[in-house]
Design a protein around this ligand. Structure first.
Ligand SMILES: Nc1ncnc2c1ncn2[C@@H]1O[C@H](COP(=O)(O)OP(=O)(O)OP(=O)(O)O)[C@@H](O)[C@H]1O
Ligand SMILES: [Mg+2]
Length: 362
């Protein structure tokens, strides 16, 4: 059981390299918080500051109301699982898991009980007497997680724990982590990943980090349905949200936009009368575009199609040097290649950004 509170946390490496500022975050017992963001944005740095492996150069970290800035890592009640899990090769699974407990001089009964619990949760019972070299990558990663579970920490930190695994194993281990979380409802977890699906499926809340700070915090569907900026809109969801430039031509409960490409969009995002004529970007996710019968949001020539089985991606010819618009239609539509296609979107699915910020959040 642990609440975490970060207040105005900042990190400057070596007195000069500032990488994080103004990090304010309240994490409640039982949450699984996922950090996402572009490479180098400071996800690992933030995790390592929480663990105590990196000095906090500004602001405060509290765990259950106690200031932790100067508390050594071993006394924070935190366990961290890294991407490269570095098991001791000459020790059995059991010994790898119990090493830290032996160092801490726990009794044999305590150690046996902790291993039995972790092995059951992680389905490692058949492997306890094997060496790591006789395990698959996924099993080894489970041992690394087991090593943290036996310590019964208040907070689990995971830094891209699945990124060394192949695609099938990633899916299996992701589901195991979700089940692990369910079996330990009072544990607090913070999880760093580059993987959209991991972020969307595991998180109670996602924290998007960018430009040395927090771009947005919210439940996965909050971020997907109501991104506060073009950055978050394009970062969450794959392929990324399309952005189409245009001008507001109708305001009120709904907003109409005439698009530079010739189409018209209607959005359920409300606007004010003074917004008339505003130059904006309309955002529509590829999966929210549907083939139009009369009025359309976007019209273009399909350059390439990618048939993925359940959906077909349509890549349109880029207009004016911009990124190509992408449509994602259910089913198989290879015949659209080379054709001109008109697409539209439901007003509930049309986002509007002014100066890169969503009109919902101004
Ligand atoms: N010891 C250090 N000294 C100086 N700068 C550092 C140090 N460690 C990390 N950095 C810088 O801090 C920034 C954040 O690094 P960090 O490892 O936290 O990024 P990340 O978000 O985890 O990236 P990735 O997704 O690639 O793992 C980077 O620009 C990195 O170059
Ligand atoms: Mg990292």
């Amino acid at each position: 059981m642990a609440d975490l509170k970060l207040t105005d946390v900042e990190k400057t490496y070596g007195g000069t390299v500032n990488v994080l500022n103004d990090i304010n975050l309240d994490i409640k017992t039982g949450e699984l918080i996922v950090f996402v963001g572009p490479s180098g944005c400071g996800k690992s740095t933030l995790l390592r500051m929480i663990a105590g492996l990196e000095k906090i150069t500004g602001g405060t970290l509290e765990i259950d109301g106690q200031r932790m800035n100067d508390v050594p890592p071993s006394q924070r009640g935190i366990a961290m699982v890294f991407q490269s899990y570095a098991l001791y090769p000459h020790m059995t699974v059991r010994d790898n898991m119990t090493f830290a407990l032996k160092i801490a001089k726990k009794s044999k009964e305590e150690i046996d009980a902790a291993v039995a619990k972790a092995a059951k949760i992680l389905q490692l019972e058949p492997y306890l007497d094997r060496l790591p070299k006789a395990l698959s990558g996924g099993q080894r990663q489970r041992v690394a997680i087991g090593r943290s579970i036996v310590r019964d920490p208040k907070v689990y930190l995971f830094d891209e724990p699945l990124s060394n695994l192949d695609a099938a194993l990633r899916v299996a281990t992701r589901i195991e982590i979700a089940q692990l979380k369910e079996q330990m409802p009072d544990s607090t977890m913070i999880y760093v990943t580059h993987d959209q699906v991991e972020a969307m499926t595991l998180a109670t809340r996602i924290v998007v980090l960018a430009n040395k700070g927090i771009a947005q915090v919210g439940s996965p569907l909050d971020l997907y349905e109501r991104p506060n900026s073009e950055f978050v809109a394009r970062f969450i969801g794959s392929p990324s949200m399309n952005l189409l430039p245009g001008e507001i031509t109708g305001t009120g409960q709904q907003t109409s936009i005439r698009l530079d490409g010739g189409g018209t969009a209607v959005s359920d995002v409300p606007s004010r009368s003074e917004d008339m004529g505003l130059k904006v970007n309309v955002g529509v996710r590829p999966e929210d575009l549907v083939e139009a019968t009369d009025s359309f949001v976007f019209e273009g020539k399909v350059n390439i199609t990618e048939a993925l089985g359940e959906v077909t991606l349509l890549y349109f010819e880029a207009q004016g040097g911009g990124e190509p618009v992408i449509g994602k239609l259910p089913g198989i539509h290879k015949d659209r290649r080379g054709k001109t296609v008109r697409l539209t979107a439901d007003p509930t699915k049309v986002h509007i950004f002014y100066n890169e910020v969503s009109l919902l959040y101004r």
